[in-house]
Design a protein around this ligand. Structure first.
Ligand SMILES: C[S@@+](CC[C@H](N)C(=O)[O-])C[C@H]1O[C@@H](n2cnc3c(N)ncnc32)[C@H](O)[C@@H]1O
Length: 316
């Protein structure tokens, strides 16, 4: 019911944004103006941290700026509640301002939180979007480093590569090979630039494939470790992703075939690790592979704790 209501709002009232690519890049830079120097400092710190990631505070954000530098502009295209992404949110601000909860937030920022105007309007609106619509989080490179340090993979397969934190972590630890698969080819340019940079810092062999993970021939790939974070049903809608009409359809057309294919070609004794919501674990994973051999929530800041993400580990 809620979904139908949301789509109705979207169809009738929300107009498409028509920012150019350059305008989108400027908007994203107004929110996060990250310099290349910062990127390089953070990468050097990750390289220093090496296998010590598990001893870092869950609040530590070292490495996030590397991910954001290369992919944040695209991440802002991800749609949250109301089927709206950040660019659409700001293009439809007059409409959203009619909503009491948005009005209240804007008032709170004007009178209290940002009364000294230390944050520009794009940052304020991003914070309001995060709270009222959806925070499009990344998995921090340090989280990937913690997992990689624990299981010591040689060849990582990440079949829903997303924003790039996994690649950054693999390179910081000089893992032999990282294979990333991502359906959203709008991320290709960012990944190309990220790879060019990472190759100056690391010997990791990088194989980025921009394709539907369902179309890849896994028999032709060698990997002893799978760790990925697929979409969690329809919580967020990523750019250039297929649309499924129901959870069951997504189970049958996406989760079941992709988990089966990837697991089949995983090397014996390899690890199969999926970061996903409990609903997909219960509906799909447990039926395919039995109960996970290890389960744990990864460290997050308190602010993000309402997000029900769990890491499930199977050893083949
Ligand atoms: C939750 S995001 C991953 C976020 C990532 N764990 C991170 O924090 O950086 C899921 C990603 O899976 C990608 N994806 C969805 N369906 C896919 C498919 N069939 N093949 C490859 N990638 C897919 C989406 O485009 C999206 O980038």
């Amino acid at each position: 019911m809620e979904k139908i209501k949301n789509e109705k709002i979207k169809n009738e009232k929300i107009k498409n944004e028509n920012f150019t690519d350059i305008e989108k890049e400027n908007i994203s830079k107004n929110i996060k103006n990250i310099s290349f120097t910062t990127v390089d400092i953070e990468m050097n710190k990750l390289i220093q941290i090496q296998n010590d990631a598990q001893n870092m505070s869950s609040r530590c954000r070292i490495g996030n700026n590397i991910v954001d530098y290369y992919t944040f502009t695209e991440r802002l295209k991800t749609k949250g509640k109301y089927d709206v992404n950040y660019y659409e949110f700001i293009a439809n601000l007059d409409y959203f301002k009619q909503k009491k909860f948005i009005q209240n937030m804007i008032h709170y920022y004007e009178t209290t939180k940002n009364k000294n105007k230390t944050k520009n309007e794009y940052i304020v609106l991003k914070e309001i979007y995060n709270i009222c619509i959806s925070a499009i989080n990344i998995i921090r490179p340090l989280v990937y480093m913690e997992i990689y340090s624990k299981y010591k993979p040689k060849c990582i397969l990440d079949f829903c590569a997303g924003w790039g934190g996994a690649l950054v972590a693999a390179c910081a630890l000089n893992v032999d090979t990282y294979i990333g698969i991502e359906i959203n080819n709008k991320l290709k340019n960012g990944y190309d630039n990220m790879q060019t940079y990472l190759k100056t810092k690391s010997n990791t062999n990088i194989n980025m494939i921009f394709d539907d993970a369902l179309q890849v021939d896994y028999d032709k790939l060698y990997y002893d470790f799978v760790f990925t974070s697929p979409p969690y049903y329809f919580i967020q809608k990523y750019e250039n992703n297929p649309v499924y009409s129901s959870k069951q359809e997504m189970d049958n057309l996406f989760y079941i075939p992709i988990f089966n294919k990837v697991y089949t070609s995983l090397q014996p004794n390899g690890y199969f690790i999926i970061n996903i919501c409990k609903e997909v674990y219960d509906n799909v994973l447990i039926k395919l592979f039995g109960e996970a051999h290890e389960v744990y929530p990864y460290k997050k800041s308190k602010r993000q704790n309402d997000y029900n993400e769990i890491i499930y580990v199977w050893k083949k």
